[in-house]
Design a protein around this ligand. Structure first.
Ligand code: PMP
Length: 409
């Protein structure tokens, strides 16, 4: 069965990268969790900016500057709709999820976290949702607490409950794990954090490309994602923050655009979100991100999620037939990530042999070393899927892995 109304062959036509051959074979791209491919609509929006509209934004009265400003600011409105934020002023442009988290640790964190306070993260986090909190805790003599997981890669909510206390200032967890694909019960996690009087930050880098996100329904205090993983350009991302919190936070970086008035004696700051956006931003990528959000919305996040789930079920079953293959991450709620090890063969060798067959997978710790440590493995091979992938490509992966086994057995 193919998800109703989902024409994957038609969708593939929109992605020029997918039309090429590598080592003489059609490319099979299974590395979308690292970065997703871009449709023509995104490439075209960036080309149009440089070819027709190119100017700096927010300060010019001339036509090009006004056009560029309008196009860039239109993305803020699109991101507001994409996340169902209350106001476009809750959308702060950042470089990506990494900067979104660092912005919160270095503004809210510097102001709100005191000695003896606690920050809760989870055992599933990407390094970008570990290290900034660790740095903050070190600076403030605060404590980092970690929600443990079971051997499926699911967070243990009863253990989480025990970690929450009046000292908890922030609970920062990923919506979807990049290493294992686990979809965390963030709604429940947020509710429990709020009951304990803590704020929440959700790292949505791996959720935004695959499912409908509604920050109001979740009641997230902060939510961040990267443009390049939602089929947009690199160098741009979004940090959503509740307006009340953003208004109370000190600025992030100093410079042009984030100010209202400057004298040598005193500077007053611009309003939110511009207070957090110092300097000339990545204008072209911002405009490209708008095209990407339109593209994904037009296909429909619910349709995307249903189709990818079909691929996940198909892929999980197909890979289980490979002797010696062990799936790492078998959560009951899972996004389309197939992370695995094969007995006796190093993931880098698997990745190298698959590359010769034009199959692009990622091998390594996926910037989640604590997850690897938990499973007592140094690395996995990860095939991460998107809505432009097909069951036929999964068959090629299975065939490729059989060849890998022949080479190394
Ligand atoms: N969080 C998760 C779960 C991720 O997968 C990634 C990227 N792999 C990031 C954060 C960081 O995203 P970026 O590098 O785009 O800032």
């Amino acid at each position: 069965m193919v998800a109703a109304g989902f024409d994957v062959e038609k969708i593939r036509e929109d992605f020029p990268v997918l039309k090429q051959t590598i080592h003489g074979k059609p490319l099979v791209y299974f590395d979308s969790a690292a970065t997703a491919q871009k449709p023509y609509a995104v490439i075209e929006a960036i080309r149009k900016f440089y070819e027709v509209d190119c100017a700096n934004i927010h300060r010019g009265v001339h036509e090009l500057s006004q056009r560029s400003t309008a196009a860039y600011e239109e993305t803020r409105v699109k991101a507001k709709r994409f996340l169902n934020a209350r106001s476009k002023n809750e959308i702060v442009f950042v470089r990506g999820a990494t900067e979104g988290i660092n912005l919160v640790t270095s503004t809210w964190g510097r102001q709100a976290v005191k000695e003896g306070d606690e920050i809760v993260i989870s055992a599933l986090e990407h390094h970008s949702n570990i290290v900034p909190w660790q740095m903050l805790c070190e600076e403030k003599s605060a404590k980092l607490r970690v929600i443990p997981m079971n051997d499926r890669g699911e967070l243990l909510l009863d253990e989480y409950e025990k970690l929450l206390s009046p000292r908890t200032r922030m609970v920062a967890v990923g919506h979807v794990s990049n290493a294992l694909g686990t979809i965390n019960p963030v709604h429940k996690i947020i509710e429990m954090a709020h009951e304990a009087g803590a704020l929440t930050l959700i790292d949505g880098a791996q959720a935004a490309p695959h499912m409908k996100v509604d920050v109001q329904e979740l009641d997230a205090d902060f939510y961040t994602f990267s443009g390049h993983k939602v089929f947009g350009p690199t160098g741009i991302g979004v940090l959503f923050g509740k307006l009340k919190l953003l208004n109370a936070m000190p600025p992030y970086q100093g410079g042009g655009d984030m100010i209202r008035t400057v004298t040598f004696e005193k500077t007053t700051y611009n309003e939110v979100p511009y207070k957090f956006e110092a300097g000339t931003p990545n204008i072209a990528s911002g405009i490209g991100l708008g095209a990407a959000l339109d593209y994904a919305t037009h296909i429909g996040l619910d349709k995307i999620a249903a189709y990818e789930h079909e691929l996940l079920v198909y892929g999980t079953k197909a890979l289980s037939k490979i002797p010696g293959l062990k799936m790492i991450g078998t959560a009951r709620e899972k996004a389309a990530v197939l992370s695995f090890v094969i007995e006796g063969i190093h993931p880098h060798d698997i990745g190298t042999v698959l590359d010769r067959m034009a199959i692009a997978v990622r091998t390594g710790h996926h910037c989640a070393q604590p997850v690897m440590d938990w499973f007592h493995i140094p690395a996995t091979t990860r095939a991460s899927l998107a809505f432009y992938n097909t069951k036929a490509e999964i068959d090629l992966l299975v065939e490729g892995l059989r060849k890998v086994k022949e080479v190394f057995d």
